[in-house]
Design a protein around this ligand. Structure first.
Ligand SMILES: [Zn+2]
Length: 620
């Protein structure tokens, strides 16, 4: 059945490339091809569907069991999500007690009624948000099997992310709505129950038919195949759409090379689109009102500018379509689309759109695991949001990442910090999850520019894209790319900053005359070692840099454009808590000594980073 999938030439080329040449020797990834046909009852908010899944086991393992996600079942009283949401010390206000109070026609559900593999029924058990399947015949390495199922679902009254009738009155935000095969990778199965945090899935192709009341307008992942029958602004220019005689439309979407499929539907949507030159068609679906009309009109230019910026700096957006859709409960990323709440002021509307859009590069195409490595996806995205908002919305006169650093510093001093290796669902506090994954994650990325230099970093970002798109790199893979581009050893940086909560604090302890020279004493107070850029400012206003790489990084970053000229490189063994540097000029020449005026070093106490030299300069 693969042949019936239409794919643009570039997808075929890309797919060929990444399955053949570029995969790392020890890497493989499972492949999924979904064909689904569902019918939505817009009165009962229930849907029925069939799913054919072509599943290719590219692993070296024989699989005796498989697992499907049934996310909707989280929205039932006493589910793991409900219990967790009520018992965590700082509940998410969007959830709180709401799941406990859902009535029978408000809960979410997703049930499998029949399931066969290669035509033979298999044993399966619903364990809340996971379907556990025992296979009669194992799936051998290198083989493809076909699962056929019938399923029934009910869209929950919206509590978190997906569901019906959200706070802004959007009828359907259909995320996490279908039975989805859990990811299987080098760490085995990822059959995580749905507790609240985010997602991970294997790449594949989706062919989805949705039959729904004909007054509904849909948006989502995937290219609409029958646009000229459906209309609603999807039709080609000049096409006159024939009215249908029945009560429903069947929308037919195809999405190549994605790891999830979202859709949203509302009869009130206005649908507008912008074709980018050398870029995707960008769709906007929102309910026009006093609150939305002006800002959503302005949003179009900012969205295309952001796509353009990201394509130039982080890799070209690889799909022909992106959709910004009013729906959901804030902002959530999906392949080729985002659901965002729409009644926002302009800054907030642009900010959330840019943020969710940037996820397309990381969660979407690189395929970061948002579930076990949420910092990687939110960190890159939060970092990128600051960069792109500065470029397309409003220039920040100061340090662009300052807000992210401040949030991380608060977390580091709060006593609630947990290592970024924590699985998204397992942080003790929601607030600690947020500050850690979003802002400490962003600080990790920005510090990488400090460690290897901005020019190496920029090259490494494109290398990351070219070597790893559609292949699920991990944090360690990202660091390896940075190592290869810079020639430095950086595993210690990952181990300390991601694997521990140790913090950075360096200080300028003393600046003293030493004959005709000046002696600077630097100290390491924090437990995490880092290289130092120490800037000496002279009385005449000129500046020079003392660079102090760690011995364990086995090399130096190149001199960076726009930074003071380097006069001395002195390696620092991390085992030393203090060290001295000698400057070959008298102390009377020196005005101040400062550690990293670029602010990129995440030094949690900047008070001790600078010493002004006050000496009596003899008057003539
Ligand atoms: Zn995000």
């Amino acid at each position: 059945m693969i042949k019936k999938f239409w794919m643009p030439v570039w997808v075929i080329v890309l797919t060929g490339l990444f399955t053949a040449a570029s995969a790392q020797a020890d890497r493989w990834q499972q492949k999924v091809i979904y064909e689904m046909d569902v019918t939505m009852d817009v009165v009962k908010n229930q849907y029925k569907g069939t799913q054919k899944l072509h599943y290719t086991n590219n692993s070296p393992d024989t699989l005796e069991r498989v697992f499907y996600h049934l996310f909707n079942n989280a929205f039932q009283p006493n589910s793991m999500m409900d219990v967790r949401s009520r018992t965590i010390a700082d509940p998410d206000r969007r959830v709180g007690e709401r799941i406990k109070n859902l009535g029978p026609d408000e809960i979410g559900s997703l049930e499998i009624t029949t399931l066969k593999m290669n035509g033979k029924p298999v044993r399966f058990e619903h364990v809340e948000t996971i379907l556990e399947v025992d296979l009669l015949d194992p799936i051998l390495p290198g083989s493809t099997v076909i699962f056929d199922m019938d399923f029934e679902g009910q869209a929950p009254l919206q509590v978190r992310r997906s569901g019906r009738d959200n706070a802004e009155g959007i009828r359907y935000s259909m995320a996490q709505w279908y039975p989805k095969m859990a990811a299987y990778d080098r760490r085995g199965w990822h059959a995580n129950p749905y507790i609240g945090r985010e997602f991970y899935g294997n790449f594949g192709d989706f062919d989805v038919k949705i039959t729904i009341d004909k007054t509904y307008i849909l948006g989502g992942t995937g290219y609409l195949q029958n646009a000229n029958e459906i209309g609603y602004g999807y039709e080609d220019k000049g096409v006159k759409v024939k009215p249908v005689s029945g009560a429903t439309h069947t929308w037919h979407f195809i999405a190549p090379n994605v790891h999830d499929f979202v859709w949203a539907a509302d009869p009130k949507y206005t649908h507008e689109k912008v074709q980018m030159e050398n870029g995707p068609m960008v769709h906007f679906l929102y309910v026009k009102s006093e609150k939305t009309e002006e800002n959503w009109s302005k949003l179009k230019g900012y969205t295309t500018a952001a796509i353009q910026y990201m394509s130039e700096h982080s890799g070209k957006y690889p799909y022909d379509q992106y959709s910004v859709i009013q729906g959901g409960d804030g902002g959530m990323e999906y392949p080729m689309a985002t659901l965002i709440t729409g009644n926002r002021n302009l800054r907030s509307l642009v900010g959330v759109t840019v943020h969710e859009l940037i996820h397309s590069w990381y969660y979407g195409v690189l395929g970061f695991n948002e579930s076990s490595e949420p910092w990687l996806d939110e960190g890159f995205t939060t970092w990128g949001t600051s960069v792109v908002m500065d470029a397309v919305f409003e220039k920040d006169p100061g340090f662009v990442q300052e807000g992210n650093y401040r949030s991380y510093f608060r977390l580091a001093k709060s006593g609630n910090e947990e290592p970024l290796t924590t699985h998204g669902d397992h942080y003790n506090l929601n607030s600690a999850y947020g500050a850690a994954t979003y802002t400490k994650g962003a600080v990790f990325i920005e510090q990488m520019t400090y460690l290897i230099g901005k020019e190496n970093f920029d090259k490494a970002m494109l290398r990351l894209w070219n070597e790893w798109k559609f292949k699920h790199p991990t944090g360690i893979d990202v660091v390896r790319v940075m190592e290869k581009e810079s020639g430095l050893e950086l595993d210690w940086f990952y181990d300390y900053f991601i694997g521990s909560t140790k913090t950075i604090d360096y200080g300028v302890k003393a600046v003293e005359a030493d004959g005709n020279n000046t002696k600077i004493t630097l100290e390491r107070i924090g437990l995490m070692p880092m290289p130092l850029d120490v800037v000496v400012t002279y009385q005449d206003g000129s500046q020079e840099m003392v660079y102090m790489p760690l011995v364990i990084q086995r090399g130096s970053k190149p001199e960076e454009a726009g930074k003071p000229k380097r006069i001395l490189t002195q390696r620092w063994p991390w085992t030393d808590y203090s060290t001295e540097v000698s400057i070959g000029r008298p102390i009377s020449d020196i005005k101040s000594v400062e550690i990293d005026p670029s602010m990129r070093l995440a030094d949690i106490n900047r008070e001790n980073n600078k010493q002004e030299v006050s000496v009596d300069i003899p008057k003539k």
